[in-house]
Design a protein around this ligand. Structure first.
Ligand SMILES: Cc1ncc(COP(=O)(O)O)c(C=O)c1O
Length: 368
């Protein structure tokens, strides 16, 4: 078994060229503008729209993904209603709903994609349902057609938590174009980042001014405060980091693809591990074991014997956490998968050889 000299974490933030970052800082210093719609943010806004292939009127940037979600949900009028979502995600998805006074109703996931199942979601739709919030978990694509059908049939909004899915494309267009709204997280643990940051992409351009107001305390003009907003503005340094990482996005996607291929190849024909080949952007590399005990053993031995810090994303399930226990034991597929899944390290800079050795270690531990 290979023990790595230095710890290998599940991910590592990408750092763009330092000289370019310094040059960007010089520009910021000259502008003497640090936040509140500065020139760097405006440039980032334009380049982001251009990258996604959407109009500049249909996006808004925020200081993190959680507040982007929260304000997106609020602007869509979800407060006071029920929203059907998945328990197999990071807590921010349902925290953002709870914090604006919407009630998360948890439906089970599809056993293959691990994303919310439209069939399971449909069974829980009531007159109180205002929206469905599926998550493109790991960059795996939700059944976008199934959800579009539900949206039309029941008149409910489809809002994707696409935190993991930046750079993902489907049918020749960005995944951002599916649903009424999609949120991307630019946290440094993600494939692409802006130190911290979040992005909303929405169909209805009339939401943009509302979101711009909400991210700035709902101050609409010098003399008007139009709602109860918050401070969710992206600052100039974040925008600079976002711009520089965006220049390198193809390189970041290609590297993830390369690591994915190593894992795929290494686990081929190894029956005790299912390597999931579904992610559109290869943001994460999840594997499934046959049972909970094997997953626990591999997680522990990788850490203690190999210096490899894989993570059990997403375990426990949201419905095991205090704010959501009202829905405990209602999603058997998600419960089963959460107990068997492990996400392996992947990031720009992880060598193919290291990925190969990580996979060998996993196989050796399973075989013991
Ligand atoms: C599925 C999901 N939703 C929402 C978020 C929140 O994003 P942020 O960390 O940018 O606030 C994250 C990640 O952090 C996430 O994984």
């Amino acid at each position: 078994m290979k023990k790595f000299d230095k710890p290998i974490l599940v991910t590592r933030p990408y750092l763009p060229d330092l000289e370019m970052f310094k040059a960007g800082c010089e520009e910021i210093w000259k502008n003497q503008w640090l936040t509140n719609n500065g020139p760097m943010l405006n440039k980032f806004h334009s380049e982001m729209a251009n990258y996604l292939g959407v109009s500049e009127n249909n996006i808004a940037l925020f200081n993190n993904g959680t507040l982007a979600l929260e304000l997106g949900f609020y602007a869509m009028g979800l407060s006071g209603g029920e929203v059907i979502t998945t328990p197999f995600t990071f807590v921010a998805t349902s925290h953002a709903l709870m914090r604006i006074g919407a009630k998360p109703i948890f439906a089970d996931i599809d056993p293959v994609t691990m994303c919310l199942s439209p069939e399971a979601a449909e069974k829980l739709i009531t007159p109180q349902t205002k929206a469905i919030v599926p998550v493109h978990v790991y960059g795996n694509c939700c059944d976008v057609e199934g959800f579009a059908r539900l949206g039309e049939k029941y008149g409910v909004k489809i809002i994707y938590d696409a935190a993991h899915a930046f750079g993902a494309r489907l049918n020749g267009k960005s995944i951002a174009e599916y649903g009424d709204m999609a949120m991307f997280s630019f946290h440094p643990t993600k494939l692409y980042h802006s130190c911290e940051g979040g992005l909303l992409v929405f169909k209805d351009a009339s939401l943009q001014q509302k979101l711009f107001d909400l991210r700035n305390f709902a101050i609409h003009s010098e003399t008007e405060c139009v709602d109860v907003g918050t401070n969710a503005k992206m600052n100039e340094l974040q925008a600079l980091m976002g711009l520089l990482c965006l220049k390198d996005i193809d390189k970041l996607l290609d590297w993830r693809e390369k690591i994915h291929k190593i894992y795929l190849e290494s686990f081929k024909g190894f029956e005790d591990v299912t390597y999931l080949d579904l992610s559109l952007n290869k943001a994460y590399c999840p594997i499934l074991f046959k049972d909970f005990n094997t997953r626990e053993r591999v997680y522990k031995d990788l850490k203690e014997k190999c210096n490899v810090y894989a993570r059990c994303y997403f375990y426990p399930l949201l419905t095991d956490f205090a704010p959501y226990v009202y829905a405990k034991n209602t999603c058997p597929v998600a419960e089963d998968i959460a107990r068997r899944v492990l996400t392996l390290p992947t990031y720009y800079g992880l060598s193919e050889n290291d990925a190969h050795n990580i996979a060998l270690n996993v196989k050796e531990i399973v075989g013991k």
